[in-house]
Write a protein that binds this ligand. Structure first.
Ligand code: ATP
Ligand code: MG
Length: 258
């Protein structure tokens, strides 16, 4: 299988304020993991275990203190400026609160065209066509193209965010707690949609959640983090069936089922 993301010995130290002596917090400590084409790699661990930091490192939003971040054969931790921007198109992030950042004055049509406009891609007719295709893909009706964000439900707004992340045809998606802000009844439909899009597009995905049931549903492989370190990593089915570490067993025991 082709490797899309390859993190090797990644460490991230945040420098904390301090007048005389700078303190450091090691958010990620010597983590290695890979994500193949058409593969979902789940990250689990309690709050503060370094999941989001690792996800942001994976798509070049923050640089690691040590280690390498290889995406499609290029070490993105060495890229700058225009090169990094072009590479970022291949990597998109979906956040828990993505939908809060939708411009409240833009219609669904505008919101779905915007990523293409910003990149100066295609003519207007083609952007319009692509926006409609994206709406279809996330199961939002064509009748709603002139609606504003507040006219959609939370689940529908998260679908808009997913569609925007797909607009530039990324190869790698980092989804950081993408359904955690939604009602439980809506979570399953959005997860089903995300999973079928991932399979259809053969996307590689890093999927972050504190909810073990959600990670089990989405992931082919899983890495369990504690205090920035890997507790265990491997095939998701095997780890969920028979976790080798006491910490993973604790997470599983605390998990509500979806
Ligand atoms: N910009 C920052 N500056 C300083 N410390 C940070 C920064 N971002 C994260 N941290 C620290 O790094 C550690 C890991 O944080 P991170 O957000 O990656 O955890 P997480 O697993 O995503 O947690 P959660 O489940 O709550 O989202 C925490 O101790 C956090 O306080
Ligand atoms: Mg987080």
């Amino acid at each position: 299988m082709e490797t899309v993301l390859d993190l090797q010995s990644v460490t991230k130290d945040f420098v904390l304020g301090g007048v005389f002596k700078k303190a450091h917090r090691r958010a990620v400590d010597n983590v290695s993991l890979t994500v193949g084409r058409n593969e979902v790699h789940g990250l689990v661990g309690e709050s503060g275990s370094g999941k989001s930091t690792l996800g942001r490192i994976a798509i070049g939003l923050i640089r690691p203190t040590k280690g390498s971040v290889n995406v499609l054969g290029t070490d993105i931790s060495t890229l700058k400026g225009k090169e990094l921007r072009e590479y970022r198109r291949k990597m998109q992030m979906i956040f828990q609160d993505s939908s809060n950042s939708l411009n409240p004055r833009m219609t669904l049509q505008d919101l779905l065209e915007e990523p293409l406009k910003v990149q100066g891609l295609y003519d207007q007719a083609e952007r319009t066509r692509r926006a409609k295709a994206l709406a279809d893909e996330v199961e939002l009706s064509q009748k709603w193209m002139r609606r504003l964000p507040h006219e959609f439900s939370g689940g529908q707004r998260q679908r808009i965010s997913i569609a925007r992340a797909l607009a530039l045809e990324p190869e790698l998606i980092v989804a950081d707690e993408p359904v955690s802000a939604l009602d439980v009844s809506v979570q399953a439909t959005v997860l089903n949609l995300l999973k079928s899009i991932q399979e259809e597009r053969h996307l590689s995905m890093v999927f972050v959640s504190h909810d073990m049931a959600v990670v089990e549903f989405m992931s082919d492989r899983v890495t369990v983090l504690l205090d920035g370190r890997v507790v265990e990593s491997g095939n998701a089915k095997e780890i969920f069936a028979s976790p080798s570490s006491a910490y993973t067993r604790t997470l599983l025991a605390a998990a509500p089922s979806l």
